[in-house]
Design a binder for this molecule. Structure first.
Ligand code: MIC
Ligand code: SF4
Length: 643
């Protein structure tokens, strides 16, 4: 039987385990990326591993999230990251250079390689034919130290593309269509592999839009073949020598195949407050809009901005709204200036924001109270825009631009019929904002710069013999890491300071959480399905651990968050019978008598709700390696005790 492309790349990087869906495998990681909001913890953790230099082929530290700099803290983090990169042998992408995923695609991604990133949208690299996976920071630190990355061997879903996109329809509409079919938890434990005739009609940045937002499926990653389009993209980036052809075997078997005829794809929109709450744009056309934002790591290539500019050309945006543009990289800005795209955008009334995450993560450009904002981004979780009661709609650049002109949600096909032009000939390569790694001797002299807001990463306790702890919070389904550990302009500057950031855990959902946890000294969280979806931020495990959370019991978990919980010594249990979720209320005391012995001996443990006397079974599916990690109180303790 032939192999899928995913299997081929995984096989080539396999270090341990058997490539059989569900088994734990270890893979060699060729490249890593971090961004500043997760990066400070990564390098603090790497530093505590006492390894002088990274062991990967290439690692890049980007600054793109915390660039608002309302006080000293963000820039202190940037300086820490720059000095850590110099010390440990990384490339450093300076603030202003752009968003990590866009730059990595342009300047560093290589077909057939593995990339691990401390950001959930690392799968953007799948557009180039890489296996690119998002993970918690500690896993990325371990990979930089030369350790394999461990994951459940995924099932591979085939997405068979035929036909080609019609004018005013775009790659964003393809991934929104997939999200409508598969939902935000449909991809857990799976890789989405795109293939078929339709692939040829999509450029690498269009493919990257699809693999980027594949993160919203909960998928391990998404991947495209490496073909002539990939070669052309690498040629433009003056990196053609790194190209190689890659595809699945003709007789490869997928666990399921999704058929998409691109001729039939129409403009789609994700409604508040989930990326899978998808409808056709035509179904909600006419809804008044207060704000439009174009850009982010999902849709900010030169041709994305180009089509928006061509739609807006010579016109003025509607009076009732404001339009913001966040270009993906300096390369995009510069080529946009050369191509006249930026002039068209500015003339239409657009506000050019920094080439950074910005509005996508509530770092500025927050919408009006109760406002409707239409964005080309990838997440529309409640409150993420920085305005608690805003309604965020996710669309393509075509729909966003047409909407900006009419002031109401508009099907771009009703507005005009403009085909995407190819502006890539305006691209010029300039890496002067990427600082190259120092040689070993010079690196040894570097002193790491640490501002007063940078505090050490706390460690968890080894696992207790018995657990007796109150339920600090009971949540519903699809809780995101934005709910657990919010971002935004106020909280993001605290990412290097766990004692301070922990004051904001569950702030919007349960403002009393921090005080309650502190008072109780230990605790349990009870959750529904797909608990911890979204961002890879390990702070969503680290800060609850700091507050004494010992276990999370849910109906099911999202992949990255579950791994983060284990890395920080919190046990992820699921209900053996999901109906038992109803037996528990907030404030009840849960007792697990033989916790330490139990998790080692069996996958199913008995728990008692001391408050109502009811017994129920809970399960774990930790691999042996993960069990050892959890018994020792997390990956840092585990790594230390073995070095
Ligand atoms: C996001 O899009 O949610 C983020 C902000 O990029 C996060 C990383 C973080 O929280 O720092 C992600 O996607 O992992
Ligand atoms: Fe940045 Fe938004 Fe992309 Fe996350 S999703 S990396 S916040 S642009």
């Amino acid at each position: 039987m032939g192999l899928t492309l995913t299997e081929k790349i995984l096989k080539e990087h396999l270090v341990s385990g058997e490539l059989k869906a569900g088994n734990e495998i270890g893979i060699k990681i060729d490249q890593t990326l971090t961004q500043d909001a997760t990066g400070t913890m990564v390098y603090l953790q790497f530093e505590s591993m006492d390894i002088s230099r990274i062991k990967t082929e290439l690692s890049v530290s980007y600054v793109d999230h915390n660039t608002l700099q309302t006080d000293y803290r963000n820039m202190d983090d940037h300086r820490f990251l720059q000095s850590a990169a110099a010390k440990f042998g990384l490339h450093f992408s300076r603030p202003g250079n752009g968003i990590c995923h866009q730059i990595h695609l342009e300047r560093f991604g290589v077909p057939g390689k593995t990339l691990l990133g401390s950001d959930s949208h690392t799968p953007t690299g799948g557009g180039l034919g890489m296996i690119s996976i998002g993970a918690g920071g500690l896993d990325v630190a371990a990979a930089m130290a030369g350790a394999p990355f461990y994951l459940k061997s995924p099932e591979v879903i085939g997405v068979h593309l035929t036909g080609s996109l019609q004018p005013m329809c775009s790659a964003k509409d393809i991934i929104l269509t997939v999200l409508q079919l598969e939902t935000v938890k449909g991809g857990v434990g799976r890789v989405y592999e795109y293939y078929g005739e339709g692939v040829k009609s999509l450029s690498v940045p269009e493919r990257a839009t699809i693999t980027n937002m594949g993160a919203e499926l909960g998928a391990t990653t998404s991947v495209f073949p490496s073909d002539d389009e990939t070669k052309a993209f690498l040629r433009l980036q003056k990196r053609e020598e790194l190209w190689k052809e890659l595809s699945a075997d003709n007789d490869a078997e997928y666990c399921k195949v999704i058929e998409i005829n691109l001729d039939e794809v129409v403009p789609m929109v994700a409604l508040p407050h989930m990326p899978d709450n998808v409808k056709k744009v035509s179904e909600i056309a006419g809804l008044p809009v207060n704000q439009v934002a174009i850009g982010s790591c999902t849709n900010s290539s030169i041709n994305d901005l180009g089509i928006a500019a061509d739609i807006l050309d010579g016109k003025t945006i509607a009076e009732n709204l404001s339009l913001g543009i966040s270009p993906g990289s300096r390369q995009v800005i510069n080529s946009g200036i050369e191509a006249g795209i930026i002039k068209k955008l500015v003339s239409s009334g657009a506000r050019i924001l920094e080439s950074a995450c910005g509005a996508c993560i509530g770092m500025g450009f927050s919408p009006t109270s109760g406002g409707v904002t239409v964005r080309t981004f990838n997440r529309n979780f409640k409150g993420r825009s920085g305005t608690a009661d805003a309604e965020v709609y996710l669309v393509s650049p075509e729909t966003a631009a047409a909407t900006a002109l009419t002031g109401v949600i508009t099907d771009p096909r009703d507005f005009a019929s403009i085909s995407r032009k190819d502006y890539t000939s305006f691209i010029e390569i300039d890496d002067n904002m990427i600082i190259k790694p120092l040689g070993e001797t010079d690196a040894a002299e570097v002193q790491i710069v640490r501002g007063p807001n940078i505090k050490p990463c706390p460690k968890a306790d080894a696992m207790y013999e018995k657990l007796e702890a109150p339920v600090l919070l009971k949540t519903g389904d699809n809780i995101t890491t934005d709910h657990i550990m919010p971002a935004g302009a106020k909280i993001l500057p605290l990412r290097s300071n766990i004692p301070e950031i922990s004051k904001h855990v569950f702030e919007a959902l349960a403002p009393e959480f921090h005080d309650k946890a502190k008072k109780a000294g230990n605790g349990v969280i009870v959750g529904g399905e797909n608990y911890g979806q979204g961002s890879s931020r390990e702070h969503a495990a680290l800060a609850p651990m700091y507050l004494g959370v010992k276990a999370v019991i849910t109906k099911s978990f999202a992949r990255i968050h579950k791994a983060n919980l284990i890395n920080f010594g919190i046990i992820p249990f699921t209900f053996a019978d999901t109906a038992d979720y109803d037996l528990i209320s907030e404030g009840d005391v849960i007792v697990i008598d033989n916790l330490r012995e139990g998790v080692q001996k069996t996958r199913t443990l008995k728990a008692v709700n001391k408050s109502n006397g009811k017994e129920f079974n809970i399960e774990h599916d930790m691999a042996d390696r993960q069990l050892e990690i959890i018994l020792e109180g997390g990956l840092l303790n585990y790594t230390k005790s073995r070095s």
